[in-house]
Structure formats: structure tokens, C-alpha cells
Design a protein around this ligand. Structure first.
Ligand code: ALA
Length: 491
């Protein structure tokens, strides 16, 4: 039987309707937009904006955000067609099973582990850093860093305990149930969006127009020396000019990851045909507007060169305390809101991961344990607990520098395959009812593939190599386990 065996669409839809197996349908359009915004705004905005501005794009980081948003919008339009047409849990994995065949579906499901599980671990590590900042650095170094890190005075990390704690709390919330998770998420989303709006509104008055000159970093911009003596040069091609703006787009792409997590909730949505496109595109649009305004204010309040010295995770608090006199209270509030905000990103990522595994396990490409539902909560609790062990091991023992870009590459790979899938399905199944149609096919999918591929290429070689090894490992598991157990093959 072909490696590219496809799951018939009718079977997918039947599976969604099968009430014995189905998850509870409790979510509406508002919940989905909240789930999307909750999944999207996080470490990408609050940590990477400053890194992209300081290192490569300067004040033109606003354009970097627009470029990354355009790539996501093309992919988002394709996701919306799929999610409304095939409203079952599993997102890109499920779409690929129906269009591109089993082995491609497996590859997508496997790379979504990079996006969701590694994404959750990455943000948990940022959460731990912010908690330590908020507590004035009072958590001993060794208990909030991985063993692969060492402090300036030679202390080795043992385990990142706060990251483990937040992952455990969120896993328990998820096991308790979708409706409850959605309520917690909605409250935090309101706090998170409010703090972004407050920063934009108050910061606007402190914008110094000279900080926008030059808007795009010139090749001969002088080097900047960080306090630890590291020298940052703007001379390399990807550190200045329009190529710097593109490099900035690759860095801030992380900030958009998560809108696709909305599509993993299709099977728990009351009216997926209408609500899915609203959830996906609505959350993407809201975040793009907030990001552009936020980055415009941040680079207007503080000169971009400051972010080489003070950027990274403390950038927002730094800009407020240094350039907005009288607003010290806002810095503390922002840090607290960011902590809450990161937890909803982790929630959406862990949620998405368990739902992708739920679908893969229903298809028997993964063991049945990943789709066992709790008798009263109706959530895949065993899967949630296994994921806690996996993400906890990564967040506890691996530094963020190794996990962040892997999250982006896994996501971009899935985006590329979803764009191709839409085009293929228009040819193979033109008659299927599509409540939402991606406009201008094949132009939009092709542009989506091009932009996402360009971003994959602009990521560092180390990330590309590790992602490739991950994919090979996935193929070994496919040929030794999944192919033999696949329910589609054993029917
Ligand atoms: N977009 C999410 C974040 O920025 C992953 O944290």
C-alpha cells in the first residue's frame, strides 16, 4: 500500500460526528479569538521585538512585523479553509492526511511537536526568567537555570524549577476541562491586551522622534558594545538595511506562532464552519495591529542601540523605567501581566499538542494511550501527563537558546505543507463544500509557501540541522511503529 495513502474526507467527517469518541463542543467564535490571542501574544512580542530592533532591523522592526504577518496571513487563509471544511481535532496533521497522504501527515504531526511542545517549553523558560526578574533575582541561579548554563561567577544551573511548576499547573487546568481552560484563558487575555494598550497609550507621549532616525540601519552604523564586553557589528548583510529588516522578520515570526492553535479546537467548536475563519483570521488581525503599534512605541521611546545592552527579556520594563519618568509602577505591572500572558501561551500550546496527538492516536499512528479520555472530564488526560514529562524535561534541563528557533522552524514547515495541501485539494476534491474559501488560489498558497520558505532559509544552520535530525527520527518511528499499526491500512 502506498506511503501516500489518503484518509477519505467522508471518514474524517464521520469521525468528527461520532459522539462516542467526540470531545465536547463548547467553544464559540469569541472563545476562539480569545484562544488565538492567548496563544499568540507572548515571548515573541515582549522578548524578541527588542532583540530584532537592536540587532538587525532598528525602528523598521515595525516593517519586520508586517512582513512576518503577511506570511502568516497567507498561511492563515489556507488554515481557515481547511478548518472550516474539515472541522476535526488535529489541525494541519489531519488536513495533510486527507490531501497529501499518510507519510506527509506523519511528518507534519511530528514537526508540530516542535511547534507546540517545544513552544510551550520555550515560553515556560521565559516565564521563569520574568518571575525571577519580578522577584528581584531572589531565586537562586542553580534552581532557575538548566545544567547547560553557567552564571558570570561560575555557578552551574541544576534545574529550571519555576518552568516545571508553571507547566504542571497548566497541565492540571487542561485536564480539568476545555470550558474551564477557556474561561481562565479569556480573563488573562483581557489583562494581557490591556497592558499592551496601556503601554502604547502612555508610551506614545514619550516618543522621541530622533529615535526614528535612521529608520533603517545603515551599513556603516557604529558597533555597539554590550556591558559584558560583547561587540555587536551592523556590518554583516543581515544586520542592516532591508536584509536586516528581513532578518528581523525571521526573529519576530515567533510572535505570531499560535494562531493556528485555534484550528486544533475545531472538534470542540459549536459552529466550526463560521467560527473557525473568525477565530483564526480575527486573532491574527488583532495581534498584527497591536504588534505594529507596540514596536513603534518601544523603538520611539528608547533608541534601538539600547536593546543590545538592555534588550532581551527586560526590554519593556527597561524602556519604561529609563525613559518614562514617573511610571515605575507600570514596569512592575507590565512584568506581572507578562507572566500571566505567558501562561496562556503555554496553555494553548499544550492544548494544541494534546489534540494533535489525540488525532494521531485515533488513527493509530501513535499508541492508544494518547486518545484515552478521562471518564468525567472528557479530556485526554494521559496524553496531557505524558506531555508534561516531555515538556518538563526540556524546560527543566535545556536552555531557551536551543528551543526557540526550533519552534519557529517546525511551525513554518507545517505552514508550507498546509498551503500546498489547499492547492492539491482544490484539484483532487473540487466538489467538497467549502464554507470558507481561501481567495486567489493558487496565488495565495504559492505566496504562503514562498514567504515561509524564505523565513526557514533565514534561520540559523544549527536549527536547520537539528530540525532535519528530528524529522529523520520521526521517519524511523513511522516505519517501525506507525505504518504497521495505522488503522487506515488495517481496515
Ligand atoms: N507567539 C507565542 C509567543 O510569542 C509563541 O510567545
Amino acid at each position: 500500500m502506498s506511503l501516500f495513502i489518503k484518509k477519505p474526507l467522508s471518514q474524517l467527517l464521520e469521525q468528527a460526528a461520532d459522539s462516542g469518541k467526540a470531545l465536547k463542543r463548547t467553544l464559540g467564535a469569541g472563545n476562539l479569538v480569545a484562544l488565538g490571542v492567548g496563544a499568540i501574544i507572548g515571548a515573541g512580542l515582549f522578548v524578541r521585538t527588542a532583540a530584532a530592533a537592536g540587532g538587525a532591523a532598528g525602528p523598521a522592526v515595525v516593517i519586520s512585523f508586517v512582513i512576518a504577518a503577511v506570511g502568516c496571513a497567507f498561511a492563515g487563509l489556507c488554515y481557515a479553509e481547511f478548518a472550516s471544511m474539515i472541522p476535526v481535532a488535529g489541525s494541519a496533521y489531519t488536513y495533510a492526511y486527507a490531501t497529501l497522504g499518510e507519510i506527509v501527515a506523519w511528518a507534519i504531526g511530528w514537526s508540530l511537536v516542535l511547534e507546540y511542545a517545544l513552544g510551550a517549553a520555550t515560553v515556560a523558560i521565559s516565564w521563569s526568567q520574568y518571575l525571577n526578574n519580578l522577584m528581584g533575582g531572589s531565586i537562586p541561579y542553580e534552581w532557575c537555570h538548566s545544567p547547560m548554563e553557567m552564571s558570570a561567577n561560575g555557578v552551574h544551573g541544576i534545574i529550571n524549577a519555576p518552568a516545571l511548576v508553571i507547566l504542571s499547573i497548566i497541565t492540571l487546568i487542561l485536564i480539568k476541562g476545555t470550558q474551564e481552560s477557556a474561561i481562565v484563558n479569556a480573563i488573562i487575555v483581557v489583562i494581557k491586551v490591556s497592558i499592551v494598550l496601556v503601554f502604547i497609550a502612555l508610551g506614545w507621549k514619550f516618543i522621541n522622534p530622533t529615535n526614528y532616525v535612521p529608520f533603517i540601519i545603515p551599513p556603516d552604523a557604529p558597533n555597539v558594545v554590550a556591558p559584558n564586553g560583547e561587540v555587536h557589528s551592523y556590518a554583516p548583510l543581515f544586520n542592516h538595511g532591508w536584509t536586516g529588516v528581513m532578518h528581523g522578520a525571521a526573529i519576530v515570526f515567533f510572535a505570531f506562532i499560535g494562531f493556528d492553535a485555534v484550528s486544533t479546537a475545531a472538534q470542540e467548536t459549536k459552529n466550526p464552519k463560521r467560527d473557525m475563519p473568525i477565530g483564526i483570521l480575527g486573532s491574527l488581525a488583532i495581534c498584527t495591529i497591536l504588534y505594529v503599534l507596540f514596536s513603534h512605541v518601544l523603538t520611539g521611546v528608547a533608541p534601538y542601540t539600547d536593546f543590545i545592552k538592555e534588550g532581551k527579556e527586560a526590554s519593556v520594563a527597561y524602556a519604561i523605567t529609563t525613559y518614562m519618568p514617573g511610571y515605575g509602577w507600570l514596569a512592575t505591572l507590565v512584568s506581572a501581566a507578562i507572566l500571566a500572558g505567558f501562561s496562556t501561551v503555554i496553555l494553548a500550546m499544550l492544548y494544541g499538542q494534546s489534540r494533535v496527538f489525540f488525532s494521531m492516536s485515533n488513527d493509530r499512528l501513535l499508541p492508544k494511550i494518547f486518545s484515552d479520555l478521562h471518564s468525567s472530564f472528557r479530556t485526554p488526560y494521559k496524553s496531557n501527563l505524558i506531555l508534561l514529562v516531555f515538556t518538563g524535561a526540556i524546560a527543566g534541563f535545556v536552555p531557551e537558546s536551543l528551543t526557540g528557533n526550533l519552534t519557529s522552524i517546525g511551525t513554518l514547515f507545517a505552514f508550507v505543507l498546509v498551503c500546498i495541501g489547499i492547492w492539491v485539494m482544490r484539484k483532487t476534491d473540487p466538489q467538497v463544500h467549502r464554507p470558507f474559501r481561501t481567495p486567489l488560489v493558487p496565488l495565495v498558497p504559492i505566496l504562503g509557501v514562498l514567504v515561509c520558505t524564505a523565513l526557514i532559509v533565514s534561520l540559523d544552520t544549527m536549527t536547520q540541522v537539528v530540525a532535519f535530525i528530528w524529522l529523520l527520527l520521526g521517519l524511523v518511528i513511522y516505519f517501525t511503529y506507525s505504518k504497521k499499526n495505522s488503522s487506515l491500512r488495517n481496515e
